[in-house]
Design a protein around this ligand. Sequence first.
Ligand code: ACO
Length: 279
Amino acid sequence: MTERTEEETVAVEIVDRIAWVKFNRPEKRNCMSPKLNRQMGRVFADLEFREDVGVIVLTGEGEAWSAGMDLKEYFRETEAEGLHAIRRSQREAYTWWERLRWCEKPTIAMVNGWCFGGGYGPLFGCDIAIAAENAQFGLSEINWGILPGGGASKVVADLMPLRKAVYHAMMGENLTGKQAAEQGLVTEAVPADQLKARVTEIAQVLLKKDPNTLRATKWAVRRMTEMTYDNAEDYLIRAQEALHSYGGVAVRKEATRQFLDEKTFKPGLGAFDASKVKG
Ligand code: ACO
């Protein structure tokens, strides 16, 4: 096939407030080239603030989620250009992964197949990760003579038990989706034919939550990993108070009313009816 344009490296479809974003280089197993990274940057800059999007799903076209960085276009060709090109390419990749980590909207990685190396950056960036049981996860860096950079070492150290993380990085053996779930790298693994249905089900639950509370919650939990207990307590007080200035008081009052007075919902069993919030 003729080479894809920059725009064609990412596919986006919005259906019922869920944005389905696809790595779209299936013929290259969706490895991340500078073009793809630039396009992902544009796509997320748009989706993050759209009113008609409530949840963003990141998945891959074809057999792969993402086969990591493009060894030709991201490494060999930029290295041939020199240090500035290398730094520029790193910045293009790291910027959209960072944007994903702190995205305004809830995000779900729907891992449909191969996920290697640099792919762990956007994987970690997503709030929830659901994998097909037969997906394959690998830190293949050790197999071709580099260390797991681009945040990948940090991702496994943060998400997996240390013994498992070190083994995974040193051995260059792949994990199935099922093993990745058992070791904490993803949230859950399901049979491949149930993957989209399960992700849709999760997205629909998220769509029913108050979006401001959801955003404050996901950011709070991420921040916690790097805070002492005392700083965490203080941050959480302040984050809750900040939430109050974006309609949080009305949300809480209405939810409390529905539970205590109207008795139409129980917080322990699901979300309140946000459509009744006034002002
Ligand atoms: N970089 C550049 N090209 C790639 C990459 C990649 N990461 N992954 C796949 N491709 C290309 C192949 O070169 C091939 O191109 P061609 O058709 O022009 O020959 C095409 O995609 C299809 O790949 P195949 O290897 O033929 O596909 P197959 O299904 O047999 O294997 C697999 C899939 C296992 C994912 C294999 O492509 C592979 O090992 N890819 C590299 C995975 C990897 O180690 N990524 C780097 C991680 S480290 C990092 O990201 C920093």
